[in-house]
Ligand binder design. Structure first.
Ligand SMILES: Cc1cc2nc3c(=O)[nH]c(=O)nc-3n(C[C@H](O)[C@H](O)[C@H](O)COP(=O)(O)OP(=O)(O)OC[C@H]3O[C@@H](n4cnc5c(N)ncnc54)[C@H](O)[C@@H]3O)c2cc1C
Length: 320
């Protein structure tokens, strides 16, 4: 069992963690990034990315994070194949225990563990993911210009996604398994007033139907069952957006850091600072609103700059 010490320990290797690493390394903090079970983060499970600034043509999500990692390593970041299973925030230094048994100590800690979209678990969902099935309208809505799309869910996310999709499609259907929505009233009013959105009540998705072959048609419809009558039907669609929420990866921090009611890390408004000096959170793990690669990178940058200031003030205090 080895102990690895650094001035800046980063948990998570998505855009937030890798951007924090680039800034931290360039500030001389010799960061360590512990990559976790999904090295590169959520972008590794998508294909075309058309909204990351700097690229005129579509780029591939996995390629984008590979480039970020290469840049982080080039400036001196150490990447670790490990997953943090326990954490002690009583520092600095802050101590994280890896699944390997190794111990990671950081004078500062940047938490970038991200969030995962919740899926329905319906038949065909994973097979057609990226071929018509998505969990992010902001990311993928553009690919369904002029096509018929459905959104599944009944909370704020679902209503916002349906409204957002009207920018691209004039045939948007919201599918909800109950007879009323959980979302805020104001959002509901906008949804019901929109001429291009219809709502299918009391319908649960049994299956995503389509052609999974490479170059095939992709999604063609969703098979529904009425939750009251049991009647079955098919709703034709070329795009289906599962909008039933996200789960932030914050299990490790329960009872150790303040989390909001959905489990996201609470930071001081407009900053990546948690209530513990020297501990920062960046990216989707602290942001349930924007959840984009560029915003994750942006908050990763902010966390690294604040970590560098924390270290400088700490060193100054030690010198007396
Ligand atoms: C299918 C899909 C398509 C998308 N398309 C786009 C797009 O086109 N444009 C866009 O801007 N955004 C897109 N997004 C959103 C974007 O991917 C996320 O906003 C972004 O990846 C968030 O970055 P992050 O660094 O905060 O977290 P993530 O990318 O979620 O990375 C989290 C990291 O934390 C690690 N981790 C978690 N727990 C631990 C642990 N205990 N120990 C160590 N490591 C841990 C994971 O292994 C992972 O490396 C898409 C998302 C999905 C799912």
């Amino acid at each position: 069992m080895a102990t690895h010490s650094t001035r800046m320990l980063i948990i998570g290797s998505g855009p937030a963690g890798l951007t924090a690493a680039i800034y931290g390394a360039r500030a001389g903090l010799q960061p360590i990034v512990v990559q976790g079970l999904q090295p590169g983060g959520q972008l590794t499970i998508t294909t075309d990315v058309e909204n990351y600034p700097g690229f005129r043509e579509a780029i591939q999500g996995p390629w984008l994070v590979q480039e970020m990692q290469a840049q982080a390593e080039h400036v001196g970041t150490r990447m670790m194949w490990d997953t943090i299973v326990d954490i002690d925030l009583s520092g600095p230094p802050f101590r994280a225990i890896g699944d390997s048994g190794d111990v990671y100590e950081g004078d500062t800690l940047v938490i970038c563990t991200g969030a995962q979209a919740k899926w329905l678990g319906a038949k065909g969902e994973q097979e057609l993911s990226g071929k018509g099935v998505s969990a992010c309208a902001t990311c993928d809505g553009f690919f369904y210009r002029g096509k018929k799309v459905v959104v599944i869910g009944g909370g704020n996310t679902a209503v916002e996604e349906a409204l957002y999709l009207t920018n691209h499609s004039d045939d948007v259907t919201l599918i909800h398994r109950r007879d009323s929505l959980r979302s805020e009233k104001i959002l509901q009013e906008r949804l019901f007033a929109h001429p291009n959105i219809k709502v299918l009540w009391n319908k649960a998705v049994e299956e995503f139907v389509g052609d999974t072959a490479i170059g095939g048609a992709g999604l063609t419809g969703v098979a529904l069952v009425d939750t009251v009558t049991g009647e079955k039907s098919i709703e034709p669609a070329q795009g289906a957006f599962v909008a039933i929420g996200h789960a932030p990866a914050t299990e490790l921090f329960k009872g150790k850091l303040e989390l909001d009611e959905s489990g996201y890390i609470v930071v001081q408004p407009g900053t990546p600072k948690t209530a513990i000096p020297g501990v920062f959170a960046a990216g989707d793990v602290m942001d349930h609103t924007y959840r984009q690669a560029v915003t994750a990178a942006g908050t990763g940058c902010m966390a690294a700059l604040d970590a560098e200031r924390f270290v400088a003030a700490w060193d100054h205090a030690k010198r007396g």
